[in-house]
Design a protein around this ligand. Structure first.
Ligand SMILES: [Zn+2]
Length: 78
């Protein structure tokens, strides 16, 4: 089973737990204060996929003639 990182909403402590994938998004009991108001912290693979989405969007809008149907930029209204 993999480790998952959690942050307690009550005392803001962070802790790792060994959990199965089916349990990873359920709240875990905080080892410091015993609160169940914890949430899983965003893992690196998810952050990378979000960055990839932003890169794709930036590339699509980076061309000055992105929405221009002319064959040259002479008549481009940009
Ligand atoms: Zn806590």
């Amino acid at each position: 089973m993999p480790f998952y990182e959690y942050r307690c909403a009550d005392c803001l402590s962070q802790f790792e737990l060994l959990r199965s994938i089916t349990q990873r998004d359920t709240s875990a009991e905080c080892p410091d204060c015993g609160s169940a108001q914890s949430s899983r912290m965003i893992s690196l693979p998810m952050a990378f996929s979000m960055a990839a989405d932003g890169t794709v969007k930036a590339m699509a809008g980076s061309s000055p003639c992105g929405g221009c149907v002319a064959t040259s930029c002479a008549g481009c209204p940009k």
